[in-house]
Ligand binder design. Structure first.
Ligand code: SAH
Ligand code: F3S
Length: 441
């Protein structure tokens, strides 16, 4: 029987969160302990991502490596979870017959039962079903002792952007009941958590049922979370432009605890491309949201996602993206080369743009992005930031690290009195990644 598990996580914050939960189930139900060394594991889990082809290819190359470990340790079990599992199901076993378990993001709470079934039957087990939101009733409580934690508030996505696999791998949007979310956060505060990140594919599509049967939207959820005294800072990710209601925008003014930062994927600056992506907003509509956000919260930090090289994107359309980047002055943007995903509508579009051109555009975009990011960081010099110092640096001796509202790491000289506390810090040095600060009395 297995003693140690090793989890490798691919992809987004949701997957990071899911991996923690998979680990918690295995520790609690199967008494396994975690290891960071696959060579000493009896159970290897790949929590996979299929958002772009590269991530998926990596999974199969890793599986090839782990197969060799199995040759020397026949008791080793190999599991594939996450979005590739959800998309490929039993094809994974066909392609890699040495895999023992396949489970999706919505059935991860069953990983322990699947493992037991595998031992009893001697056969690979597959469960990629979508049993609604039951998973949250079956997951052990978070027992970590960090001061910052994440809570998943909704799952899946019903937006069906033409390029994206998420609605197929994680299912349609479904929200956890309000009380379940609040109870989980309160429990986390008992362990010393003071910063909470609300997670979901589209957090602002949240529609959680309340105990009186009414539905709470995301802005109401934020108000409730802000009422929890021990929670001092609230973050959320990811939000969708089409669900940015005025109520939600106003929360950046009315809720002090809300970090002054928002990640709002734009994907393209061209209306033709946005429409082909089925994003359901125009460039002007997106800009108007940003204008409103900046009106209620002038120093809000803005980050975004862009896809470069969507099928048949012209030079002019790409220029529109660059122009929007300059105009909106994003703090930082994540950019991805378009990757056709099996089964998505965009994957059927015949594409006339050469890969070399797409690569060049990505480079141009990323250079501009880096320049803007540096400018933003430099502009933070001299400002006062609210930082939660939550861990010591591994690389630099006697250094305490924490994050600002806009996710910049700030370092100060070690001081155990400040660990896990929110502190006002003046930024005295601002370089590429790290900021140095001095404590204000
Ligand atoms: N829920 C988020 C997106 C989650 S996916 C939203 O509101 O849009 C994270 C990012 O991956 C997306 O914002 C998009 O920029 C990128 N992405 C998704 N599918 C992709 C594909 N097929 N090719 C390249 N990038 C993709
Ligand atoms: Fe994907 Fe669009 Fe949803 S990018 S996650 S389908 S909002």
């Amino acid at each position: 029987m297995a003693n140690k598990y090793y989890i490798k996580t691919f992809g987004c914050q949701m997957n990071e969160y899911d991996s923690e939960k998979i680990g918690a189930v295995l520790s609690k139900k199967n008494q396994l302990t975690s290891t960071s060394d696959p060579n000493e594991a009896d159970l290897i889990i790949l929590n996979t991502c299929s958002i772009r082809e590269k991530a998926e290819v990596k999974v199969f190359s890793d599986l090839g490596r782990f197969r060799e470990l199995k040759a020397s340790n026949p008791n080793l079990r190999i599991a594939v979870g996450g979005c590739v599992a959800s998309q490929e199901g039993e094809n994974i076993i066909k392609r890699a017959p040495f895999v023992d378990l396949v489970f999706g993001p919505q059935s991860l709470h069953r990983v322990s039962d699947l493992l037991n079934q595998r031992e009893i039957s001697g056969k690979p087990q597959i469960d990629i079903s979508f049993p609604e939101i039951e998973k949250f009733d079956h997951l052990p409580a978070d027992e970590s002792t960090r001061s910052s934690a994440s809570v998943s508030i909704m799952e899946g996505c019903s937006k069906y952007c033409s390029f994206c696999v998420v609605p197929y791998t994680r299912g349609e949007e479904i929200s956890r009941p309000l009380e379940g979310v609040l109870n989980e956060i309160v429990r986390l505060t008992f362990n010393g958590v003071s910063e909470i990140t609300l997670l979901g594919q589209n957090v602002n599509a949240y529609r959680g049922v309340m105990s009186n049967g009414e539905i709470a939207d995301f802005s109401i959820l934020l108000e409730y979370v802000a009422e929890i005294d021990e929670i001092k800072r609230i973050r959320f990710t990811t939000s969708h432009p089409n669900e940015m209601t005025d109520n939600l925008i106003n929360c950046f003014k009315s809720i002090d605890k809300l970090a002054k930062a928002i990640h709002l994927p734009m994907q393209s600056g061209s209306d033709r491309v946005l429409s082909a992506m089925k994003r359901n907003y125009t460039s002007i509509e997106y800009k108007s949201i940003i204008r409103k956000l900046r009106k209620v919260c002038p120093d809000i930090s803005l980050t975004s996602d862009f896809i470069i090289g969507f099928p048949n994107e012209t030079d002019l359309e790409f220029m529109s993206t660059l122009n929007v980047m300059k105009e909106l002055e994003f703090d930082y943007s994540y950019s991805f080369l378009y990757s056709p995903r099996p089964g998505t509508p965009a994957s059927y579009i015949e594409d006339n743009i050469l890969n070399t051109i797409k690569q060049q555009r990505l480079e141009v975009f990323q250079n501009l992005n880096a320049t803007q990011g540096r400018k933003y960081t430099e502009s933070m010099k001299g400002t006062v930031q609210r930082v939660l110092f939550d861990h010591y640096s591994v690389k630099k001796k006697d250094t305490l690290l924490g994050k600002t509202d806009n996710n910049r790491v700030v370092e100060i000289a070690s001081n155990s009195d400040l660990l896990n506390k929110f502190v006002s810090v003046r930024i005295v040095q601002a370089e590429e990644k790290n900021l140095k600060g001095e404590i204000l009395a």
